[in-house]
Ligand binder design. Structure first.
Ligand SMILES: Nc1ncnc2c1ncn2[C@@H]1O[C@H](COP(=O)(O)OP(=O)(O)OP(=O)(O)O)[C@@H](O)[C@H]1O
Ligand SMILES: Nc1ccn([C@H]2C[C@H](O)[C@@H](COP(=O)(O)O)O2)c(=O)n1
Length: 644
């Protein structure tokens, strides 16, 4: 499985230029295709769902061109129903392509097959088909009744009068009918059955249809009359706004991570309902500023978001971002009227509940609501994404709570925002790590502890963990070549640190792990991949705000490869033997120069030669040879690197 590890983040600030709106992109493409004349589309979203629409339009005989590698396209409209009368279309999991194309094709007088990925075949479409059948369309189910794939046949369309459509499952059914009916040329009224959900998405549809010359008469959100004798006409140029749902992640990042984070491409002039996410998060205490084409978010004055109880029916997609923002609230939060989540890319209520529990939240889940009680402390977790782009993007925000996150199958963001994680990395600042690696007795521990003190950072002596495993194994009678048993021991090592003391099962073993026997043992267990793997997350958990200084052999290469400062600290082997001898003498421990020298040489060789995480100077690490240097000089060197 592919995954992406996000480090714990300290804060978020910066600017993000948003990708184009998916809803506007796919609606505009279809309207431009059906219109008379050519339409220049600027800033079209580059994503999987839009690709599916573009591919389908080409297969249906619509000519479009792209300006070089840009996001600007030109669509030559066909001025009515599609000219290609037989086609087999694969539409992936793109609801914004599947539903509107179904309606437009049902009125195009051809024979078409429409299919998608398995999840698309679980997403209901029966209400739309029922409405289309009311005007004579011949649409048949190829699998389960009420669901794609579909087979459309030429039919005797009888438009006019009143068509009824359910509005309480997906507003896309109404959008699909609205956009297709002008093809019939006859005035038709659509009556919505049940309470219409996601009204702002219908507002986008009506706005874009008006741009293409068709003004729909709306009576409340219950009746929509599409005029007769009208045809779509290209407005010439259409500018696609930035995606307001995608903006929600960055607005939330500013609110959780301090900010300011500014998104560019949507603002108070937006036609997208999801801009109202800004209002919702402002109600939680986030400080929001807005211009015509931008929104900026900062954390609340109080430092903590407020608990909320909100009806989120009007912003179903951006509401997912609030479910994750709830982790940072000062009490239990309730997200209401979100039943449509259950028929999206995945059952989002169920998926959210499962994944929020993984990070420590207490969840109550209902048919159309979710209650999130934030945990006292976030728990690092591997988040499953259910082939749902929004799950991946939402959970990246948990890292802003100083908690490392693994996002499984992160490429699902390609559906709407292929560069999401790159943009997120530009605004999120990881908890800084200073990684100091080097051979035994080179002075890493001494230097790292002083650097940590000077910076006010946490300190990790990773070698002590291998020493603890060796000591615990020797005490438990586990052979030092029994990799499985050693890894099991390492995974549940009953050890803890207090100031500079180390405890094993409550006993102070600070000196016991420093004996030459424990040192040799540590060097042997450290060769084993399973032992190293068992200690990996434990080491990463030391990365906490405001920062970490970590020392060992593989801090910069394996444990914290993204460390901002990497130093390889070394000294000649004789100098190191002398230092170790002096150190042991000062502690009143027995030592012999010759055997110390031999031990160091052997351990150097073992550490450097092992297959997993060998001791090595990385190209991105600064080399510091301390053979002729004092401790203060070495500390000064590292601090200089951190501050440079
Ligand atoms: N320039 C120097 N830099 C760091 N330590 C020095 C230096 N000169 C002498 N020392 C001394 O060397 C001794 C060994 O240092 P330390 O225990 O920090 O090494 P280490 O690399 O952490 O060893 P190990 O990996 O075995 O734990 C300490 O007593 C330290 O004071
Ligand atoms: N990141 C690390 C840290 C230590 N080791 C090994 C190397 C040593 O033989 C042993 C004890 O380390 P020390 O206390 O001397 O730093 O543990 C390692 O492989 N990787």
């Amino acid at each position: 499985m592919e995954f992406l590890d996000l480090p714990p983040m300290l804060s978020a600030s910066g600017r993000v230029r948003l990708p184009g709106s998916k809803s506007i992109s796919n609606r505009t493409l279809l309207l431009a295709a059906l219109a008379e004349g050519a339409t220049e589309i600027r800033d079209l979203l580059a994503s999987d769902d839009v690709e599916r629409m573009l591919d389908a339009l080409r297969a249906l005989g619509v000519v479009w061109t792209r300006e070089g590698d840009s996001d600007n396209y030109c669509v030559r409209g066909v001025g009515g129903p599609f000219p290609v009368k037989v086609a087999d279309l694969f539409l992936g999991n793109a609801g914004t392509a599947f539903r509107p194309l179904t309606a437009a094709l049902a009125l195009s007088g051809g024979e078409y097959r429409l299919s998608g990925v398995p999840r698309m075949h679980e997403r209901p479409i029966g209400d739309l088909i029922d409405s289309l059948r009311q005007i004579g369309a011949d649409v048949r189910y190829m699998g389960n009744d009420g669901f794609p794939p579909l087979h459309i046949f030429p039919a005797d369309i009888r438009p006019g009068g009143v068509v009824r459509v359910r509005g309480d499952v997906s507003s896309q059914f109404l959008t699909a009918l609205l956009m297709a009916l002008p093809l019939s040329g006859v005035e038709t009224t659509i009556e919505v059955v049940g309470e219409l959900i996601s009204k702002p998405y219908i507002a986008i549809t009506l706005d874009l249809m008006a741009q293409f010359g068709v003004d729909v008469r709306r009576e409340n959100w219950e009746r929509f009359t599409v005029p007769g004798g009208v045809r779509y006409r290209s407005p010439g140029v259409v500018f696609v706004e930035g995606d307001a749902s995608s903006a929600s992640y960055f607005i939330a990042a500013g609110a959780i991570g301090g900010g300011p984070v500014r998104v560019e491409g949507v603002g108070r002039n937006s036609i997208q309902g999801d801009v109202r996410f800004a209002e919702a998060i402002a109600a939680l205490g986030a400080r929001i500023d807005m211009g015509d084409n931008w929104i900026e978010a900062r954390g609340p004055e109080s430092g903590r978001l407020k608990a909320f109880d909100l009806d989120l029916n009007h912003i179903p997609d951006a509401a997912m971002t609030l479910a994750v923002a709830a982790l940072f609230a000062d009490g239990p939060c309730r997200l209401r009227n979100i039943a449509s989540w259950r028929v999206k890319e995945t059952d989002r209520i169920a998926a959210m509940a499962i994944e929020l529990r993984k990070v420590g939240a207490t969840i109550e889940e209902g048919a159309d609501y979710l209650c999130v009680t934030p945990p006292d402390k976030l728990v690092p977790a591997a988040i499953d994404t259910y082939d749902d782009h929004r799950m991946a993007m939402c959970f990246s925000l948990v890292s802003l709570g100083g908690c490392r996150m693994r996002i499984n199958e992160p490429k699902c963001v390609n559906k709407t925002f292929p560069t999401y994680f790159e943009r997120f990395a530009e605004i999120a600042r990881p908890v800084p790590v200073v990684a100091i690696d080097g051979p035994s007795a080179s002075g890493k521990g001494t230097v790292a502890a002083r650097v940590a003190e000077a910076l006010g950072y946490h300190y990790l002596d990773s070698g002590s963990l291998y020493r603890l495993v060796a000591l615990a194994a020797m005490r438990a009678g586990i052979a030092l070549d029994d990799e499985r048993a050693l890894a099991t021991l390492a995974a549940a090592l009953p050890a803890h640190f207090e100031a500079e003391r180390v405890f094993l099962e409550g006993e102070d073993v600070s000196d016991a792990i420093r004996t030459e026997e424990a040192s040799v043992g540590a060097s042997k267990v450290a060769v084993m991949p399973a032992v190293r793997a068992a200690l990996l997350d434990r080491q990463r958990d030391y990365r906490r705000a405001p920062g970490l200084v970590a020392e060992g052999r593989d801090m910069g290469s394996v444990v914290f490869p993204d460390a901002g400062t990497k130093v390889f600290l070394t000294a000649g082997v004789e100098a190191r033997a002398r230092r170790r001898y002096k150190q042991l003498m000062e502690k009143g421990m027995a030592a012999n120069m010759e055997s110390l020298l031999k031990d160091l040489q052997d351990r150097d060789a073992r550490d450097a030669a092992r297959a997993v995480a060998p001791l090595q100077k990385l190209p991105d690490a600064a080399l510091l040879d301390t053979t002729e240097l004092g401790v203060e000089q070495a500390v000064g060197f590292v601090l200089g690197r951190v501050r440079s």
